[in-house]
Design a protein around this ligand. Sequence first.
Ligand code: COA
Length: 423
Amino acid sequence: MKALEGVRILDMTHVQSGPTCTQLLAWFGADVIKVERPGVGDATRGQLRDVPDADSLYFTMLNHNKRSMTLNTKDEKGKEVFTRLIETCDVMVENFAPGALDRMGFSWERIQEINPRMIYASVKGFGPGPYSECKVYENVAQCAGGAASTTGFLDGPPLVTGAQIGDSGTGLHLALGIVTALYQREHSGRGQRVLASMQDGVLNLCRVKLRDQQRLAHGPLKEYSQFGEGIPFADATPRAGNDSGGGQPGRILKCKGWEQDANAYTYFITQAAVWEKICDVIGRPEWKEDPDFATPPARLPRLNEVFEAIEHWTMTKTKYEVMEICNPLDIPVGPILSMQELSEEPSLRETGTIVEVDHPTRGKYLTVGNPVKLSDSPSEVSRSPLLGEHTREILQDVLGYSEEEVSGLREAGAVGREDCATT
Ligand code: COA
């Protein structure tokens, strides 16, 4: 048994945020039925294509372990099928622009009438308020959620990060909301509405920056590099470059080969508990007794000097040598790993975090497997479905339509003609 076996998800998601959520639920064992527009499907199938006429990596890497059916939910017959899906499924997940499902005639009130046990989960760009009607993509969420204003260097513009905290981050939040609602339904017998807005999700991940915003009222943020550099603080939490976000100062430092290799760097944290070991490793044992360096408060105004000395040492070692020397001493460091290095890392292959998948039209490719490991519910990654690959199977086996009825739906254009015919 998988953890979510028996849970059926009506997956109306597209692009990244929603699909991230339903892919996770599928890995935990839910039966995820992805409903796509006939002949078109999720727009990402055709975006950023690297192999002609094959589903893109954008799509395949976000839609593993799902089944796909095509259905025109704006067509009258299609709406009848959609109504049967709502009756049959436990959860509906969607991340359309605001109001899209209402315009199809499926408001929350209507969904509750059809199936009072239905959990109706949505990702939207913003929660209720002045921007609730806006369409939102990843970088808009990073900007509106506080991440961009606090990322980058003090003398540069706001920066977005490569981690998809707006899309995949909000998908993760939504998945937690869904399993929580499923748990509550065990007691209440009722479904409920679950909403995760991308602005809220990003702000939640930027919690420590709101912490710093309030600390500013009581004086400068001494662990920020700008404090030691004598640069005054303005009214808002500033961009902190690569400064550590916590109470243990850290930075990205050059390692051997940095002149040729864009990723020959390490993150180095001057954790107070191991300060004396750091002094020995970098060849500055006198700092252990020096009142200017011996305690964390004394070091805060001198972080540039501290990290220059550490970097002087890290530049004589590769990023892996830094790790090998520091780890046994409990000094927290981490190499800057490229996507190439990660994709080749044997330990990630062994744990199923990096997985090779075979696909009938695109061949073999790498993906990221389930990052959450359950001891009683292991995840196997299976390829994403072709557009409408399971239309007939779902109409007949899940919804109980007869062969004639399936033909009728095809003739009426409620489901995709080719999609349905090919299985
Ligand atoms: N049958 C018929 N129509 C369908 C359909 C189906 N199976 N599936 C979708 N559609 C229709 C929708 O009803 C909608 O029609 P409408 O505008 O007439 O109501 C239309 O397809 C497109 O939906 P929309 O969500 O507006 O797509 P978009 O490409 O214009 O916008 C986003 C994309 C991501 C900007 C938008 O969906 C959005 O803001 N979503 C919420 C936030 C979010 O998740 N953003 C991150 C995405 S990773």
